[in-house]
Design a protein around this ligand. Structure first.
Ligand SMILES: [Zn+2]
Length: 212
């Protein structure tokens, strides 16, 4: 079992990101088995949940003439406009019931401010509003953050980059994550992750570390 200083951060494994969901990530359901396998080896697991009000600024439907997957300029920068997804209290916003992580210690909800998105579990897209996760991880003695879930090139990547920026060792577990890959976003994310010192691992490598 990994020590409490190693956290497994499971990003947005919710029905709206599953095949058939409102913002389906291709093969998104394939993350569940490897995440369950990982979680059995981590004493410290934190889950994130994308959690938007219906009037959220990231929804194309809330912009006149806005088309899903187009881009809009927001006060905080460019924003991809998404189909409405993970609306607070809906079935699509629920964590997938096949996640077998009863010992998860914290569920952090993000994207709950109507006017700003939050791909990252640490800092919202205005890059100034913290979610509180940094303080929680520091106070609980975390040193290493292992990120997985959906989607590799958005919420997982932004979360891992911010974990690194907050001074944690950060990892993305590639085969426990799946990408959206919009206009080359996956390759760009891996370049940025590597540049900024986030390590890319496979599930077997993570579990191998545990045995070392
Ligand atoms: Zn969202």
């Amino acid at each position: 079992m990994r020590p409490s200083s190693d956290v497994l951060l499971v990003v947005d494994v919710q029905y709206d990101f599953m095949p058939g969901g409102a913002l389906a990530v291709p093969y998104g359901d394939e993350v569940i088995a490897p995440i369950n396998r990982l979680a059995a080896h981590f004493s410290h697991v934190v889950l994130t949940q994308d959690w938007h009000p219906a009037n959220h600024a990231s929804f194309a439907v809330n912009h006149p003439g806005g088309q899903p997957f187009s881009r809009a300029h927001m006060p905080y920068g460019e924003q991809v406009l998404w189909p409405a997804h993970c609306v607070q209290g809906t079935q699509g916003a629920q964590l997938h019931e096949a996640l077998d992580i009863a010992h998860a210690r914290l569920v952090i909800r993000k994207g709950h401010h109507a006017n700003v998105d939050s791909y990252s579990a640490f800092v919202e897209a205005d890059r100034t509003t913290p979610t509180g996760l940094t303080g929680y991880l520091r106070e609980t003695g975390v040193k290493r953050v292992y990120c997985c879930g959906l989607a590799t090139d958005y919420c997982v990547a932004w979360t891992a980059l911010d974990a690194r920026a907050c001074g944690f060792e950060a990892f993305v577990i590639e085969d426990a994550s799946r990408p959206i890959d919009l206009d080359g976003s996956l390759e760009a994310a891996w370049l940025q992750l590597t540049d900024l010192g986030v390590e890319r691992l496979l599930v077997d490598e993570v579990l191998g570390h545990a045995l070392a």
